[in-house]
Design a binder for this molecule. Sequence first.
Ligand code: ADP
Ligand code: MG
Length: 627
Amino acid sequence: MTAEVETKHFQAETRKVLDIVINSLYTERDIFVRELVSNAADALEKFRHHSLVEKVEFDEHVPLEINIDCDDKKHILTITDTGIGMSREELETNLGTIAHSGSSRFFEQLAEAAKKDVNLIGQFGVGFYSVFMAAKMVRVQSRPASGEEGHEWASDGAGTYTISPAPGLHRGTKIIIELKEDAQTYASKFTIERIIQQYSTFVPFPVKVEGKKVNTVQAIWSRSKNEISEEEYNEFYKFIGNAADEPLYRFHFNADAPLAIQALLYVPKENFEVLGMGRMDPGVNLYCRKVLIDQHSENILPEWLRFLKGVVDSEDLPLNISRQSLQDNSLVIKLRRVLTKRIIKFFGEEADNDPAKYQEFWRTFGIFIKEAITSDFEHREELGKLLRFESSTGEADEMVSLDTYVNRMAEGQDSIFYINGPSRAAVESGPYVEMFKKKGVEILYTLEPIDDFVLNHLGSYRDKKLVSADRADLDLSKAVVPQAEDSAAADAAPQEEPLAQDAIEPLCAWIKEVLGERVNAVKPSSRLVDSPAMIVNVDGYMTSSMERLLKASGQDGFGMGSKKDMEINAASPLIKKLAALRQSDADFAADLAWQMYDNAKIQAGLDVDSMEMVRRNYRILERAAGN
Ligand code: ADP
Ligand code: MG
């Protein structure tokens, strides 16, 4: 009796992926060979490591290699590896389901990427399915390293696959591909040799086509820098990073003390997290003496460096260390610290050497530096050096570092000032920068919602406190800017005569009475120039932008953001008129006070009761139109 053949349906997500792969990819079919060879290499790496950690009893002397056979009569391509292999269950889960989140966004992005550049497909962890670009039938025969009997998985890529026992296999995986009519070139050994040379030269195991080795096995990172060409470096990046283009930065670094480290790291051109692919897996592999110990290692670098691709090799590590024990191995922790410091330093040097290129890096990966500041306490100050913001002194789009800011700070200034807002234009037209402009004191514009959160974490830089300009206790009096005050004042229109002290105080008290509990206090301002009013925060941590951030993340339930003052400008014509109006028409004056308060809140980026505001606004407009 023939052994039981089971027919199964692909998971719905897998069918979608197959659909995208088969129907939207017409060009660059070559890459399926690369994907299968890279899977074979992964399987060999896994076996090599497995054999170091555990005793292998089955097929222990079979050499670690990849064999490719081309039958150009029958149009069959066969790729065989002697790697870790797959059990029946593994065949099903690995080749029948998608490990990734099967969100609709994932599929959109995959379809999009597939149209744009087939090479991107490897990044999505669905490389195996690319075989169906060229195959009308695929059989995967696999036997796990444990020696447990093997199985065959077979499919034409339509809706189903079969699984059946396949006795008598060697350890590893054999993929037998029956080629489509228009893909028969892949049964030619010349085609395959060309593809291996193009994409897979760095595979660290022999790749043999019809028995002849076609790749040069080499650990590029262990060679000396001046022996490696630009091209080799870039090719290695494409290999290790599954990338199609060139990297943005490359960092090849060797050290002997305190630890022996060889690291070859790359920064890609694109941030795949913002491309909608969810959180990236780490992209750096950990080796010990050229043996892969931990692929996509979560231990060798801090999480925020997950955008890096490459290799770290340290001969100080024990070869037979298991993945679990890497986590709290003190040597690994030490390695991570040394590497992190070197990488941060590298970014700093790149920023000094080529600011324009660094700006490009910052726009793409700055978000990870910000994440680092909120999560990596140990390197906070060094990380602060890498931050960039727009500033009142810089041109639009020009990014300024905290060092640049501190270096040109006015005499006596003891803080680094910043203000958050949705755009440069919004910030510059708002009330918070008025006194800064007038005094010529530089202020940073933090234009991303999380920026204030990040700067709060940083706290200070080079002993200068980081202070949000919407704080109630802001003090600009110590900053002495030579001449700026005079020249700015001379340029400006003659200042209005401010409301006298004995008029402004009662006006403040009256406004407070009108607004009631909604505001903590109403005070005369020492820093408004043109605007009549502004909202300031009594608690220095809870800036308006922090409040927005908490609200956006659904954490506004603590009432934390409630303590706010309103400052009013005694020199503003509106304030002066209000002082008179409250005597003659208190109701209308109250409407104006409320409207001013709402306007100030809007300028602070805070929510207002818009329905209430519209009703009030119509009352005011009616008066303005004359009645
Ligand atoms: P990825 O390689 O990104 O995980 P693939 O679609 O290329 O995605 O492969 C899916 C999974 O199938 C792999 O993670 C691996 O577990 C398994 N696999 C594929 N090819 C082999 C092979 N030759 N030997 C062992 N396992 C394999
Ligand atoms: Mg793969």
